[in-house]
Design a protein around this ligand. Structure first.
Ligand SMILES: Cc1ncc(C[n+]2csc(CCOP(=O)(O)OP(=O)(O)O)c2C)c(N)n1
Ligand SMILES: [Mg+2]
Length: 415
């Protein structure tokens, strides 16, 4: 079938009309062009299938399929989480600009998507992040200062993944889907699922761009084949560096779930309550043995991809301005104020706490010491290895070629 015919068929079918009943060429003068249809099919708009509980105006409505008990204390907690996470995220950006970090990966705009999912997890669950999940790290009890080693270039990690139920950051796009699928298969083999209270679940975080990677496909195939307890949580922030999601996906990403044989949902990624309710449901499905599940959190990356990126080169400011009106923190604040669930003293105390956290984050960063150059070779294998020893020797020789002083114990820094 020629592409134009296929497109025409889809338009008719979307109308509810049986394509067989439509005479060829009966589109009429108002019929959209093939190009318009292709654009309309793509994954850009929020769509009627978006699950939302707290609107951008701060109005709360329960969703029939994902009821969630909402208390003032809970909303205050989620607000505090998001404000604190945003505050140290902004500090990370500033530290990089001032030469204290090699790079920073901002989460601005994705606070609700991350805090909602992070707070839905139970202690026994395990998360596999990409590199932007500072909000999930926060929920897992990773101190923000523990994130700094990777971005200052002094460490490969900074926390104990096993202790936190939070894996190391993964820079290789999509790779964590394989780790997550494998880990979740292990949970099945070890009989860790089945109990609604004590059962374990895994959650895998990845971006819209990552869905184009083979690793995500393979992870989903294995997870469904082994009925594994893994939630595939895609933060569709609509950009993969400079590549817009509509270039690589014709349909909303969550609809791919059906092809693998698992349920898929599209949640308003700027609505912390919706993210919490849907992820909690999905994790519970997994822990009781009904996994896997896919969630697409539809959100927006409000800052650059990383501090190495300049988004003004490829997207218009009015797009970002539009998304500012959908700010994930503001809608919670508006709701708290309007419903009288928090007073000014509460907001002031969160602000003070945020400033203190930023100060602690900054002080920690600037005081970090450059590790001894030998450290890069020390954790490759648990036992000495001839190849690593040879590389270490070669590197030492290379460094000794520099002038006195620069090849000393602290060479290799340079922020
Ligand atoms: C296998 C692989 N290919 C390419 C890259 C370079 N890269 C880094 S981030 C990125 C875009 C990822 O976009 P998305 O999955 O939407 O996540 P986001 O950064 O938006 O959170 C790419 C292509 C990489 N890190 N790994
Ligand atoms: Mg993206």
């Amino acid at each position: 079938m020629a592409p134009e015919q296929w497109v025409e068929r889809v338009v008719k079918a979307a109308d509810g009309t049986d394509p067989a009943d439509v005479p060829a060429g009966a589109g009429g003068a108002d019929a959209p062009s093939p190009d318009q249809v292709a654009r309309g099919l793509r994954a850009t708009s929020q769509g009627a299938d978006l699950i939302q509980i707290l609107s951008p105006e701060g109005e709360l409505t329960q969703h029939p399929d994902f009821p969630v008990e909402v208390t003032a204390e809970m909303l205050q907690g989620l607000y505090r989480d998001m404000v604190l996470v945003r505050r140290f995220d902004r500090e990370g950006n500033s530290l990089q600009r001032q030469g204290q970090l090699s790079i920073w990966v901002p989460l601005l705009g994705q606070e609700a998507a991350q805090i909602g999912a992070g707070r839905a997890m139970r202690a026994q669950d395990f998360a596999f992040p990409s590199y932007r999940e500072h909000g999930v790290a926060w929920c897992r009890g990773v101190d923000p200062t523990e994130l700094l080693g990777i971005f200052r270039g002094t460490d490969h990690s900074g926390w104990n993944p096993k202790e936190k139920g939070f894996h190391d950051y993964t820079i290789v796009i999509g790779n964590q889907a394989l780790n997550a699928a494998g880990y979740a298969m292990g949970q099945v083999f070890d009989g860790k699922t089945g109990d609604a209270e004590t059962g374990e679940a895994t959650i895998c975080f990845f971006g819209d761009g990552a869905t184009a990677q083979g690793d995500i496909h393979e992870g989903m195939v294995f997870a469904t084949a082994f009925d594994s307890p893994v939630v595939f949580y895609c933060q569709n922030n609509q950009w993969a560096i400079s590549e817009p999601v509509e270039k690589m996906a014709r349909l909303p990403l969550y609809r791919r779930a059906e092809g693998y044989g698992m349920p898929g949902f599209r949640v308003d990624g700027n609505d912390v309550l919706a993210c919490l309710a849907v992820t909690r449901w999905a994790l519970d499905e997994c822990r009781t043995g009904n996994g896997p599940v896919m969630i697409e959190a539809f959100t927006y990356r409000m800052d650059a991809h990383t501090t190495s990126d300049d988004p003004t080169r490829y997207r218009l400011a009015d797009e970002t301005e539009h998304w500012k009106l959908l700010d994930p923190i503001e809608r919670v604040r508006v709701h708290l104020v309007r419903e009288g669930l928090a007073d000014q003293a509460f907001f002031d105390s969160v602000q003070t706490e945020a400033d203190e956290l930023a100060h602690r984050f900054r002080s920690f960063a600037v005081a970090m010491e450059v590790p001894h150059v030998d450290r890069i070779f020390s954790n490759v294998y648990s036992a000495p290895h001839a190849a690593v020893a040879a590389q270490q020797e070669e590197f030492a020789e290379y460094l000794s070629g520099f002038s006195e002083g620069s090849a000393g114990a602290h060479a290799g820094g340079g922020h």
